[in-house]
Design a protein around this ligand. Structure first.
Ligand code: 6CS
Length: 384
């Protein structure tokens, strides 16, 4: 059963301010609460602030809207209103609509509107959905090399630096993109939703704590390997079933960025949260490859321009929400969660066990796994 919490007013307001600061427009591209369809209902508490901002946006438009045909597309996300993916997609849709003089419109879908995470990835590959935000964890059984994101302690702890690597990496934006395109899906951008943390029904401070620990993971075999390296027992599960799964003890813990742990309410049914920063949650902005390649160049250019603009918007969204919700979890006396920050020494014990999983990836995750990982490691080293 999916547990959907109401979106906190303070969050909705601050999200609007982030978008305004990033140059967002005034349309409140919020969903109508039925099926995720994006209605542009204009019901925005910050309408005045954003209206002012909109004037500046209009001056910055690069599109010649007269040349753009009419299009209506679906943009599917794996999250709910108020969460990073959905707000990113809604803002993306707003910008594209504005740049095209209203000729390009999109339905933005919350998680569940078109199926679970794996269903959504498959629909994008087949082309029944045009745009989506996809977590590589849901393509783990389809694009083997994409499991590189399942490797713990790969990216720097500095999230801003990690985002720069995701933006610039040839290993990801060229080589891995080609691998995805063999399956009909083009990643236009990789971006962070923040560092991942563990929650559990027990303390999780040492690898010994993971011995036999049943942890929920996304459907990616290499995520399993990463947890088996600590002695844990991973179980693939869609997040819509996770609140109940944790509550009923089907699994004992999970990993996610802080904003998502709070929004999905996992902290309500978990007594402990460990700030481990053991991996970075990467999301991809993707399009169906044939759909994108079949578009006129000026439309592709508008999409590409929007993807570029959205890099900072996505970064700021996750940054604000992860910080805000750490405080919310810390201060939640109704659902107390013991928050523990691993020391560098404690993290080192996990890192040592995680390193050999890189060799497993090289040998078992597709013919280009080694080449992609080695190039990415060089890029990470150069960035640091
Ligand atoms: O854990 C998950 O499956 C979900 N986590 C996030 C941060 N976004 C969507 C995803 O499906």
């Amino acid at each position: 059963m999916l547990k959907k919490k109401g979106i906190l007013v303070s969050t909705a307001v601050s999200l609007s301010l982030v978008l305004a600061a990033c140059g967002g427009n005034d349309d409140n591209n919020e969903n109508d609460g039925n099926n995720g369809a994006n209605e542009n209902n204009g019901n925005n508490a910050n309408e005045e602030v954003n209206n002012e901002n909109n004037d500046a946006d209009n001056e910055n438009n690069t599109a010649d809207a007269g040349d753009i045909d009419e299009y209506h597309w679906d943009f599917v996300t794996e999250e709910m209103q108020g969460e990073v993916q959905y707000e990113y997609a809604a803002e993306f849709a707003n910008r594209l609509e504005e740049k095209s003089g209203g000729n390009i419109t999109m339905d933005v879908w919350e998680y569940g509107g078109l199926g679970d995470g794996v269903d959504q990835a498959e629909q994008l590959m087949m082309g029944s959905t045009e745009f989506g935000i996809v977590s590589p964890g849901f393509t783990g059984t389809m694009v083997e090399e994409a499991q590189v994101f399942a490797l713990h302690f790969l990216f720097p702890d500095d999230i801003a630096l990690t985002q720069e690597i995701l933006n610039d990496s040839e290993a990801l934006n060229v080589d891995l993109r080609e691998k995805y395109e063999e399956h009909g899906m083009s990643p236009l951008a990789y971006w962070t939703e923040g560092a991942m943390q563990w929650t559990g029904n027990q303390e999780l401070r040492t690898p010994d704590d993971f011995d036999g620990f049943q942890i929920r993971v996304q459907n990616s075999p290499l995520i399993n390997n990463s947890y088996e390296a600590y002695g844990a027992e991973p179980t693939a599960m869609d997040w819509g079933e996770l609140y109940t799964g944790l509550d009923q003890g089907v699994v004992n813990g999970q990993e996610n960025p802080i904003f998502f742990i709070e929004n999905a309410g996992f902290h309500e049914v978990q007594e402990h949260m460990t700030v481990s920063n053991h991996n970075n949650y990467v999301a991809m902005t993707v399009v169906n490859t044939d759909f994108y390649n079949g578009l006129p160049e000026n439309v592709q250019a508008l999409i590409d321009e929007t993807v570029e603009e959205m890099r900072q918007v996505g970064y700021d969204l996750q940054d604000e929400l992860n910080e805000e919700f750490l405080t919310v979890i810390d201060e939640d006396t109704e659902n107390p969660t013991e928050v523990y920050h691993l020391s560098e020494e404690e993290r080192e014990a996990f890192r040592e066990l995680a390193l050999p999983v890189r060799d497993f990836f090289r040998d078992n995750n597709g013919e280009d796994a080694g080449q992609i990982l080695d190039k990415l490691l060089e890029e990470i080293e150069a960035a640091q």
